[in-house]
Design a protein around this ligand. Structure first.
Ligand code: ZN
Length: 71
């Protein structure tokens, strides 16, 4: 299992400032307080987990491909 929870993502506020957050923050629904006064609610709309699952699947396919070669 690939751990992407510590991957840094960039969240942009409507005011144009950029904030750094991790995937884990997104999954946890962390709130970023921007210095413009806005509160940005991070939420996992499923795309983060989906992305991780797809990467894991890709690795699995690769592993299967290697197994085939090994036969
Ligand atoms: Zn802002």
């Amino acid at each position: 299992m690939l751990d992407l929870s510590k991957e840094i993502i960039t969240v942009e506020c409507d005011c144009g400032r950029s904030h750094s957050a991790t995937f884990q923050d997104t999954i946890n629904g962390r709130i970023i307080n921007c210095s413009c006064g806005a509160n940005i609610q991070l939420k996992d709309d499923g795309s983060v987990k989906k992305g991780v699952n797809e990467i894991n699947k890709a690795f699995k396919d690769l592993e299967n491909a290697f197994k085939k070669i090994g036969r």
